[in-house]
Structure formats: C-alpha cells, structure tokens
Design a protein around this ligand. Sequence first.
Ligand code: GLC
Length: 579
Amino acid sequence: MKKVFILCLISFATQAQSSWFEKARFGMFIHWGLYSAAEGMWKGENLRYRNNYAEWIRYRNRISKEEYGELAKRFDWENINPEEWVLLAKKSGMKYIIMTSKHHDGVALWDTKVGNYSLPNLSGSGRDVLKELAAACKKHDMKLGFYYSHWIDWEHPYAWDHNQEIKGRVTDEQFNQYWQEKAIPQLRELLTNYGDIAIMWFDMWIPYEKSIFKKEQLEQAANLIRELQPNCLINSRLGLPADTKYVDFQTLGDNVFGSQYITHPWETPGTIAHSWGYNGQEKEWKSSAQLFKSLIGNVSLNGGYTLNIGPRADGSLSWESVSRLEDLGKWLGHYGQAVYNNTGVGLRPNQHDWGKITKSGNEVYLHVFNWPLDQTLRVSGITSTPKSAQLLLENGKTRELTLEQWGPLMHIKVPKRPADGYNSIIKLEFDDISLDKNIAAESTFGGFALNASNLLNAGNFTIKKYDGTRPERIITAAEPLQWEVYLPEEGTYKIDVSAHNPSAHPLAIEIKVGDTVLKGTLNPDGKVVVEPNEKNYTDEFTDRNLGKITLKTPGKNKVEFRVAGNRELWLNRIWMEKQ
Ligand code: GLC
C-alpha cells in the first residue's frame, strides 16, 4: 500500500516538473562554438556537401584537430557578451535558452577540467561563457538548458564518429572509456557549477539499440542528472524511448513540425536559416510569417518550438536573425495570451484553411493567417456557443464580433481588414467547450471538400499521399467511403468529383447524401503533361460535375461514395456546395 502511494507521488512530480516547459512553448537555441569562426568556409572552399550544416565543417571539410583548434584565435572577446543573447531572447518572447555546451566537434565552451580542449583554453581568453550566460539568465529570470553532444565527439579518439561505419568501429570498451573519462565527468561539471539547469538536451537521433550505446550508459547519465539537478528535464534524443522515466519530453526531427496532437510534452528544434551554426554563405532564411506558422502550428498540437540562432565569433547576430526575432517578440508582446500556456482544442489538424486554433482553459484563440475576403470566418467542429467573440487589437483593446451558429458550424462576421499583418487573433470565451470531431470542415469558400483527411471510416481502401504530381487519393475497394457533413439548411447542393479512372472502361459511381442518391459515370482518364518538352506526363485527375441533389434533411448527414462492382477508382475529393 505504502509503495503504491510513493509511486503515485513520483509520477505526479514528473508531470509537475515539465509543466513550466509546456507553458513556455517558445525558447531560444544557440549554436555557438569554434565552427562559428569558420563561418561555413574553410581555406577558400565552401562547406562541403550541399545543404549541410556549418557546425559540421570540421567533419565535412576534413579539418585536422590542430588546425580546427586555431579557429579559437578568431574570437573577438571584447564584443562577446552572453547577456545580450539573454536580453534578445526576452525581447523575442522566448522563455528558455538552450546553449551548445559541447557540440559534435568535442570542444567544451566552458572551463572544463576534463582535458584542455576547451574554448577558454584554445582561445587563451580564459572566459567561461557558460558561467556568464548562467549569471545573465539568473539575472533576467530566464531558464537555462545545455545541449551536450554525448554520442558524436570528433575530438576524443574513442567517441562516435560517422566515419567508423567504413573505417572500423571503436570497441565497446573503448567507447565506454570515452564515456567514463570525458562525457560523464563533463556532465557532472555542467550539472554542478552553473546553478539551476532547466534542461539537458542531448543529440542522438537514432534509438540507442541502433547505436554503440548501451542502455546502462544512458541511464547512468540520466541518473546523474536526477541526482544533481532533480528538476532538470531530459529530451528524447538521449536515445531512450520517450515514454521511459528518463525522458521528460520528446524532441522531433530538426525542423520537423507536428502533424498530429501529441499528449506528452514535445518540441521541434528549428533553425531560423538552414545551418544551426553561423554560416556566412547562408541563403535560406525563413520568413517571420513562416516562423509564426511553425510556432503556432505546434502549439495547436500541444507542442513547443525551440528556435535556433547562430551568433558570430564576436557574439553578434546577423540582421536577418535579429529582425525576425523582433517581429516575433513584438507580436507575442501583444498576443502572447494565445500562445503561452496554450494547447490545441483537439480537432483534426489542418482542417481550417484560414489558420490554426489554440486554447487556454475555456478560452479559444483563432489564429487567422489568411483573412477571409467575404468577411466571414468559418469555424467547424465546436458545438458549444461562445459567451463572447472578440478581435484582439494591437493597442490591447478588443472589438466585439457577432456570429451565427448551426450545430458544429460557426460563421463569425469580421471587419474588412485583419488586425495584424501576420496573424490576427479572435478570442472566443466559453463556459465549456464541446466538439464534434468528425464533421468535415467548411472551406473558406463556403463548400465542403470531402477527402482522405476527413474520412469517417477506416476500411479496406488505401490512401496514397501527394507524391509531387498526383494529388492525395483514396484507392477505392469493396467498402463505401463515408464522411459526415453538417448542412444547415434544406436546399440544392452541387456535387463535383475529382478522380482518376485508371481502367479502360467507364465506371458507375454513386453518392448518397442522407437518403438522396446521385448516380454518375466516370469515363477512363488519360494523362496530362507535367512539364513541356520533357516527355513528362502524369495521370490526370478530372474534375467532373455530377449534378445536384435536393436535401430535405438539414443537419448532420452521412455522405457515402461507392463504385459499382467494387472496381478501383482513385478518388481525390468530392466537393459539395450550396446553390
Ligand atoms: C542535428 C545536427 C546538429 C544540430 C542538431 C540540432 O542533430 O547534427 O548539428 O545541433 O541537429 O537539432
């Protein structure tokens, strides 16, 4: 009995531990190290391999340890001031900072006593930037986390280096030597000398079973963290599964954003450009609008965003980074209530073509990226009636909006112009929120698109994703396809079908809406040219009008689609629109 009680306390403590992280939603990642001084170039040559990361330059451009160490001499210590990074994070609305303490190059940014391959030592500056950063974080009430490359380390001869795939692996004993003599003692330093560490962020993107690691080694690191910093969170790239007691939150792939609602804590680590470390040749800066959409998309699926910047070797940041962060910070300053401490409502992801929905308690926030030209914002899936609907304005004021509601469909009357150039927020307040998760959402253009993403039934058919030329399609089989739509009024609805008939014969099809049936015939479809002069053709998906149905049963209706004789048809979507 006693045992059970203790166990409950432990799991509760773990949840409470990560709750700040789930409220924070937005943090800063900083990649800064010797590679920052190379700026993506080595001896007049660009970073090798197209699209690679600048912080990988030592490995990619095959630089010797000694020459690489010389990069430390390029740092301009007069200008380097980690407090400025903290102030920038604050101004940008970020709630935590994760700093690369040791990246794959194996160079410690702090004054480590484990060997002498550290920035203070190689540069001769004697400065411990992690100490300075920790002090600034404390001063400005910013949570601090450390990135530590535990798996790859190009300095230690017995750590992991990808070249071991062809040049021969280190033995388990050798790897353990690296682990016990470098990684573990360095982790101990980081967890002992820098005050409260909110996150230890590891970086192995394959499960440990596929790596040289033994489970016990990873557990050793996790236990050390639990012992020295009981409140510190550990990310899943430690290499252990996200649901074990050693992992507190899941880290998705680099720049991989959420595609479904995940109930446990999770984040996307993402770059503001392409590289993580500073690259003077960088060409791929993400726009502020894109960064907004990434952040809010994740929050709407219960996740967070750790956005990376790569300062230069003098500590400064490029204008591209600063200007984007300022855009985000300014917006969050006005509308942060729609992001911090928010989660998703739990409707299908991506069902609204105008933007995303988040919520905090009984307050629902509609993030309208694409303002409707007809001044009607269509929201589908919420069945309870809001007490109020308000457009949030930049000056802190609000504007009351009116709305109409039919079951799970809501039409909000909005002004002609959006309140914000990036993302306008409409706040709905409820007593309680009830949902209809099944119905197909109404499009901004007023009709309903029934497709693979809002199908009601699972069944004996397959769904093929968009592959660059052919649209997403459902390959029909024996069972009928089913959707649920809410049609507010009696009347005539036009029905169009976009499909490809791959056979040599006409196919008879049938669409049933409630009790009304519409029949049609789809002739064989041929090819369509993708690019001129390249003999580049793909299967044509023809859009055909099947006619009209007269609906006498308003409200929720089931739509069924079947192909006579259970023959194969590639269905892209059905479009229903009131006449
Ligand atoms: C990858 C890269 C690394 C970067 C990290 C951040 O694992 O190897 O350079 O630090 O992603 O997510």
